[in-house]
Design a protein around this ligand. Structure first.
Ligand SMILES: Nc1nc2c(ncn2[C@@H]2O[C@H](COP(=O)(O)OP(=O)(O)OP(=O)(O)O)[C@@H](O)[C@H]2O)c(=O)[nH]1
Ligand SMILES: [Mg+2]
Length: 304
């Protein structure tokens, strides 16, 4: 079965660059120095991701106003999609947030009108342009503004993304979180981790695949998400290095906090998985070891 995803948004917000980096393996630093041409006409492409086939529609920003008015175009772009990702960037949000809110509201109405059962997901992209030390808190504030200004009957998920090398995991995380909703392997593992972490406190768990992409992230409700932006870099370095992660534990610096980290390789259970890493604010190694062996036992029951 194919999962259909549409990328939409105003011109130059970064839709095509995200597609090229995440799904076609292009080098993000190159694409920032030598930007792509504006997209003309809707671009279709098909990609493999875990156990999924993803059919992706990259739409031109220039024709967004037309798309938001023309029903025939809407059916072509949104008909039978599983997820509509609306990308907007930080500079435009600061300049004219109302304009972005209007776009999103229109998309929400279109989805209702043409009766497509797609999720609408928001990316606030280029967060590397936020020159603020308290980036986690700033983003939480923007998320509240978006939700409040939209004032919709349901809360749309907002991801904060950037292709800057230190933040690139934000995009991997967002994309794989979205795709993961449609993947059996990912949802199985996510359920196991959620069940096992239930009752723990101040812990987050991430899993990457063989390509180094983040495929799952589960946090306890009390985990300080403003540390995630620092953790993504740690995870990135780990997945990139040839060093074995096997049962390695250490302290790491996550902005204002020191966290405890424990990782392991779980590819022997399913080749779609690679590293699992737990981070704890409470610095309790025994608890993390227990969670890890629990996850492995569960995987053993399913896959061996
Ligand atoms: N600072 C920064 N720039 C980015 C980032 N991602 C993309 N860009 C830049 O944003 C510009 C536009 O990128 P595109 O991917 O072509 O934008 P698009 O949304 O596909 O534009 P259209 O095809 O016209 O709709 C390029 O100059 C990219 O280098 C990011 O995370 N941070
Ligand atoms: Mg484009």
């Amino acid at each position: 079965m194919t999962t259909k995803i549409s990328l939409i948004g105003k011109p130059e917000v970064g839709k095509t660059t995200i597609k090229k980096v995440i799904l076609e393996g292009e080098d993000p630093s190159k694409l920032i120095i030598f930007p792509l041409e504006a997209t003309i006409g809707i671009q279709y492409s098909v990609h493999d991701f875990m156990d999924l086939k993803i059919s992706l529609l990259d739409t031109p920003g220039q024709s967004l106003p037309l798309l938001l008015e023309d029903e025939e175009k809407q059916i072509m772009t949104f008909g039978d999609t599983n997820a509509i990702i609306y990308i907007f960037d930080y500079p435009t949000w600061i300049e004219n947030s109302q304009d972005i809110i209007d776009d999103i509201k229109k998309i929400y109405e279109i989805k209702k009108k043409i009766e497509v059962d797609a999720k609408i997901i928001l990316f606030l992209h280029k967060i590397d342009l936020l020159i603020n030390k308290k980036i986690g808190h700033m983003l939480a504030l923007i998320r509240r503004q978006v939700v409040k200004q939209l004032n919709l009957p349901e809360e749309l998920p907002v991801y904060f993304t950037s292709l800057h090398p230190n933040l690139i995991y934000t995009v991997y995380n967002a994309i794989s979180d979205i795709f993961g909703n449609f993947s059996k392997d990912t949802s199985n593992l996510k359920e196991i981790i959620k069940k096992i972490m239930n009752g723990s406190s101040k812990i987050t768990c991430v899993v990457s695949n063989q390509k180094g992409n983040l495929i799952i992230q589960v946090s306890t409700p009390d985990f300080d998400v403003s540390t995630l932006y620092y953790l993504y870099e740690v995870i990135y370095q780990f997945n990139k290095s040839t060093e074995e992660i096997h049962s390695k534990s250490k302290f790491i610096n996550a902005g204002s906090k020191i966290l405890y980290m424990l990782g392991d390789d779980i590819s022997k259970f399913n080749s779609n998985f690679k590293n699992i890493i737990f981070f704890s604010e409470i610095l309790d190694e025994n608890e993390l070891q227990k969670l890890l062996s629990n996850v492995k036992e569960n995987l053993n029951q399913i896959y061996n």
